[in-house]
Structures are given as structure tokens and as C-alpha cells.
Design a protein around this ligand. Structure first.
Ligand SMILES: Cc1ncc(COP(=O)(O)O)c(C=O)c1O
Length: 421
């Protein structure tokens, strides 16, 4: 987030808080860094689960990104954001018939199927429509390739089919006239900061494709390498060496293309593209002490930004935080140790614990940085019924609202007031 304090304070005052603020330039640079470093046969797929704001998605589409969706809502959003069908893939272990029908009707490039039953369902739905469905098979590898905290493969998981069942799957696919096999997909885990682990995972996937090609004569139009590119949030974490990742990926891809020049590859990424471009901005409502500790009570909290709390984390680390004075002057002054907490009635609503900040006052703003991914899209918005925060984007120095703030009706939407009580 490259925006100066005086602008943040001015905009926060104008728009109100809490809000998510995105910097287009940071997003643009991130996307282009990746695009310029990767082989042209490797597509970049925006994972909408990391951030489902349509303005951001539409920008990435314009710059050339593909998209990975995982629900009907995301599919709908991708369509509205202008992604053509051939740039959409659909993953997720529990796709409903309705979601699959929509994906087929829109003619998306590939549905990454995650079970035998799902393949049957796709084939049946395609046959009813006299369509041919493009599918990829998501694979849960025989071994854990990466050792990141959140792993999606190599363990008993709901994701993908076991690698040991691949021969049976290939036999099945060969007997299905309404299925066009596109390729395979392995997504091993998220938030990987060690470039060697990512390269190891990509190597594994490409080798598996080669084996399947040799053993079963399969033609690979598409290999979805997954990703899991991480972002350092905490002081002990180091930046992912993305240039190393891209260099080694390009070598693997170039080698594969020698035998199969038309194959396309995809990297799915949400966190790496988006995290750095966004910040969550909340206002200090009250400053109080409790039993020797200082608390800054904010007007925003875990209902908008659960990722910054310690939920589901074994390590109690804090997101990077910036204090912005209410009048936009530089945040100087005595440093003090504080806890940042939200307005919810749970001690889990703690956005940062025991951090050092210049002394803050009611009215000042707190920015949680690196919050452009898994901020709003990952948070329990319904808890306590506060409205959805506003989202705004800075582009070429100008600010625009890209999602209006919700209101009290958010809580009541689609509920019925009983008529008989
Ligand atoms: C299948 C799949 N693809 C892509 C992603 C996006 O991962 P990230 O935001 O870490 O890049 C995830 C995250 O869970 C995923 O499960």
C-alpha cells in the first residue's frame, strides 16, 4: 500500500470506516511481475476465493488473467467481470448439479473434477444436453509434496481423486463419449514461502502427466500446476523468491513443450496477486486499559477480517499494522504496547496482540496491511450483524468506491418475519 497517511486520513473521513482500500498500482505491478516472468504457455488464473470484488477481477481480466471459480456465485461474477468461457476453470469438491449445469451451459474451458461420482454427474448432464464437457482431473498425490501449514493434498482429503486410483479413472474416461479430457490438476497447499517446495510440486505434476501420457496414451491439452504462492505476513517470514519459481517453472514447461508443443499450463493464485494491494482500515473508537494491558477498540473486527485474528492458527503472530493519525500528520510519538480488538462479543475478535505502535487516540485509524486476499471473502460477516464494509480503490491517484457499504438491512436480507406471531 503506497498511499500516504494524509490521503488515507482524508479518504477514511470522507467514506467512513471500516473499509477495505486497494491500490491498483500494486495489484498491476504484482500481476505484471508474474506475467513477465512466466513462460507464455503458462496462464495465470485468478482464484476468486481470495477476493471476490468484481472491479478487481475485471481489471485482472483486462490485463490478461484467467480465472478459477469454486461456486456458482463466483462463476456468475466471473462472467459479469467479462471473463470469456475459455478463460474459466471450475474447481471444488462439492459442485452441485446446478453449478455444473451452469458451467456446461456457459461452455467454460474445464471443470476440474474431484471424484468418480462427480465425473459421472458431469457426463450425465453433458449427455442430456448433447454437449461434450471439458474436464480436468484433480489429483490427490500419493505423498505430501509440500510441508506448508494448510495442505490440500498428500493426506486423506476431500480434494481430488487419489493418485492410486488414476488408472481406474483413465479407464472410465476412455468410455465416456461426452467427456473431453483436458488434463490434470494438483493443488498441494497454500501460503508456501519456500520456492523449492513450489518447484518440487510443479515437477511432480508435470512428471505425473508424462507418466500418464506414456502409460495410457493420454493427450494433455492442459496442466493445472496449482500454486500456493505465499506472502510474508509475519516478522519471521521471508519473501517468496518468485523469480526462482518462475525460472524453474519455465524450464520444466519448456522441456515438456518439446514433446507436446500445444499444451497450456495454469497457475492458480489469489494470495500472491492480491494480498499486498489491500488494507483494512478501521477507526479507533475507544482506548482502554484492562488489568495492565492497553486495548484499542476499533469499529471493525474479525467479522470483516478473520484472517488477521488468531483463529485456526497455532502461532500467535500479527499482521503488519500502520497507525494513521486522524488529521493525516505522521504517526510519531512514544511507542506503547497495545492489543487491537474489534466490536464483537468474543475474545477472538483480536486483530493484533501486544504490538508496538505510537500512542494512539480515539479517532485515529488503524490499517491492517497485506489484507487484499482472504480478507472480506473469508470472514464471518453475519456474526453480530454489522454491515458489510465499503471497498474502495485508488487508481492514478483517484479514489473510487468499488463496493458500497452495507446497512442494517444486510442482517435481515432474505429472512421472513413470521405473520402468525
Ligand atoms: C484449488 C485451489 N486453487 C487456488 C487456491 C488459491 O490459493 P492462494 O490464494 O494461496 O494462491 C486455493 C486456495 O485454497 C485452492 O484450494
Amino acid at each position: 500500500m503506497r498511499v500516504e497517511d494524509c490521503k488515507i486520513a482524508k479518504w477514511a473521513q470522507e467514506l467512513g470506516t471500516p473499509l477495505y482500500l486497494y491500490d491498483e498500482e500494486v495489484l498491476h505491478d504484482r500481476y505484471h511481475q508474474l506475467r513477465m516472468s512466466l513462460h507464455p504457455s503458462v496462464d495465470i488464473g485468478l482464484s476468486l476465493k481470495a477476493n471476490n470484488n468484481i472491479s478487481l477481477a475485471a481489471r485482472l481480466r483486462r490485463w490478461g488473467s484467467c480465472v478459477e471459480v469454486a461456486s456458482m456465485g463466483e462463476l456468475h461474477l466471473a462472467r459479469l467481470a467479462g471473463f470469456p468461457p475459455e478463460r474459466i476453470i471450475f474447481s471444488g469438491p462439492g459442485k452441485t448439479a446446478e453449478e455444473l449445469e451452469n458451467a456446461l451451459e456457459y461452455g467454460i474451458y474445464c471443470i476440474n473434477a474431484e471424484s468418480f461420482d462427480e465425473v459421472d454427474r458431469i457426463a450425465a448432464l453433458a449427455a442430456e444436453r448433447k454437449f461434450t464437457a471439458g474436464i480436468g482431473i484433480r489429483i490427490n498425490p500419493n505423498m505430501s509434496i509440500v510441508n506448508t501449514a494448510i495442505r490440500m493434498g498428500g493426506l486423506p482429503r476431500q480434494f481430488g481423486i487419489d493418485e492410486s486410483s488414476l488408472t481406474a479413472m483413465v479407464k472410465k474416461l476412455k468410455c465416456m463419449p461426452n467427456i473431453s479430457f483436458k488434463g490434470i490438476h494438483i493443488y498441494s497447499g497454500t501460503q508456501i514461502l519456500d520456492s523449492n517446495q513450489i518447484i518440487k510440486a510443479f515437477n511432480y505434476t508435470i512428471n505425473l502427466a508424462k507418466e500418464l501420457q506414456i502409460e495410457h496414451g493420454l493427450n494433455f491439452e492442459f496442466i493445472d500446476l496449482g500454486g500456493g504462492f505465499g506472502v510474508p505476513y509475519f516478522s519471521h517470514e521471508k519473501e517468496l523468491d518468485i523469480e526462482h519459481v518462475c525460472r524453474e517453472t519455465n524450464k520444466l514447461v519448456a522441456e515438456y513443450l518439446q514433446h507436446s508443443p500445444k499444451t497450456r499450463f495454469m497457475i492458480e493464485t489469489g494470495r500472491f496477486l492480491l494480498a499486498e494491494s489491500g488494507a483494512y482500515v478501521a477507526r479507533v473508537l475507544y482506548v482502554k486499559e484492562s488489568k495492565g494491558e492497553k486495548f484499542l477498540i476499533l469499529d471493525g473486527g474479525m467479522h470483516h477480517h478473520v484472517s488477521s485474528t488468531f483463529r485456526g492458527r497455532t502461532m500467535r503472530n500479527n499482521f503488519p499494522v500502520r497507525l494513521v493519525r486522524s488529521n493525516g500528520t505522521p504517526a510519531q510519538g512514544n511507542l506503547e504496547r497495545v492489543n487491537l480488538v474489534g466490536p464483537l462479543c468474543t475474545p477472538e475478535d483480536c486483530l493484533a496482540k501486544d504490538i508496538e505502535l505510537p500512542e494512539a487516540n480515539a479517532g485515529d485509524y488503524i490499517m491492517l496491511l497485506k489484507s487484499g486476499a482472504y480478507g472480506l471473502s473469508y470472514s464471518p460477516l453475519q456474526f453480530l450483524g454489522h454491515p458489510t464494509p465499503l471497498e474502495a480503490l485508488v487508481a492514478n491517484g483517484k479514489l473510487s468506491v468499488i463496493r458500497e457499504r452495507g446497512d442494517v438491512s444486510d442482517l435481515l436480507r432474505h429472512q421472513y418475519l413470521p405473520k402468525d406471531i
